[in-house]
Design a protein around this ligand. Structure first.
Ligand SMILES: C[S@@+](CC[C@H](N)C(=O)[O-])C[C@H]1O[C@@H](n2cnc3c(N)ncnc32)[C@H](O)[C@@H]1O
Length: 256
């Protein structure tokens, strides 16, 4: 899969993806990155990419021209490299919040190259956004200083879903949100740490008991922390029975 990022700080993105799962996945040829700096497409000798906002107010706005030049170069490079089609994603707090379902859709549609626009300052001139962007994505209901970290989060979330990216494919199946639940707690050696013990069932070697314990923990956590997820989810009889038990275990607690 091909992903290009339009950013004023290419090194920030290029360096971050070299480590861990994203780095390994790139080495395995599962995805490739190119970054494009709007400064290289500026019209003046000062390589200006931002200007004051019309109407006044604080901060600066990224100019449409340099962004447009970088975006066109990214799309053209994807086309030359055999990418079937390009989709332009603007990372912005005003976008649709990113969730597991959308990440899976991106990861499945590997023939579509992504061009991620990372804003800075107050954001990007809206005319460029209206003309060129296919989709706007937010990584949460908060504001960070630039689109690079949001772009990296999107890239990482997609890369770990590409077949062959994780050493154990089961890891991606047993994570939070995959089955519409939060993940269960995890433990490793030593069995006793600071007086706290690993739950007995995990030491029992009894696979069915461990599966049931993990499911119950996931349901309990989801009920306590993200009851909205349970409302959206179809449940098996086993899960409904477990949830009824969890609710009756904790009278008076609807959720935390
Ligand atoms: C300081 S922010 C601009 C915030 C913008 N003025 C607003 O209030 O919506 C600079 C850039 O960071 C990125 N950004 C910040 N928070 C983000 C979020 N939650 N999701 C996606 N991108 C974000 C966007 O690319 C944005 O253009």
């Amino acid at each position: 899969m091909r992903i290009d990022v339009v950013t004023l700080f290419p090194a920030m993105v290029e360096d971050a993806v070299k480590v861990g799962v994203t780095g390994r996945a790139a080495e395995r040829g599962l995805w490739a990155l190119r970054c494009w700096n709007p400064r290289d497409f500026a019209a003046d000798a000062y390589r200006t990419v931002d200007d004051r906002p019309y109407g006044g107010g604080p901060g600066m706005v990224m100019m449409a021209g340099p962004m447009s030049g970088a975006l066109a170069a990214a799309r053209e490079a994807q086309r030359r490299d055999g990418v079937a089609r390009s989709r332009t994603i603007h990372l912005t707090p005003a976008g649709r919040p990113l969730g597991h379902t959308r990440v899976i859709e991106f990861a499945r549609d590997r023939d579509t190259g992504l061009v991620l626009l990372a804003g800075r300052y107050e954001g990007i001139d809206e005319r460029l956004v209206e003309r060129e962007v296919d989709e706007e994505v937010a990584i949460g209901e908060f504001v960070v200083s630039g689109g690079e970290l949001p772009a990296l989060m999107l890239i990482d979330a997609i890369a770990r879903q590409l077949p062959g990216a994780l050493n154990d494919a089961q890891s991606a199946v047993e994570e939070s949100f995959v089955a519409g639940l939060l993940d269960c707690p995890h433990y490793t050696r030593p069995e006793s740490w600071g007086g706290a013990q690993v739950p007995d069932v995990l030491l029992s070697g009894h696979h069915e008991a461990i599966r049931r314990w993990r499911l119950e923990q996931s349901l309990r956590r989801t009920w306590q922390r993200r009851p909205d997820l349970l409302e959206r989810r179809a449940m098996s009889k086993e899960e409904r029975d477990m949830l009824a038990r969890i609710r009756s275990d904790s009278p008076g607690t609807d959720s935390r």
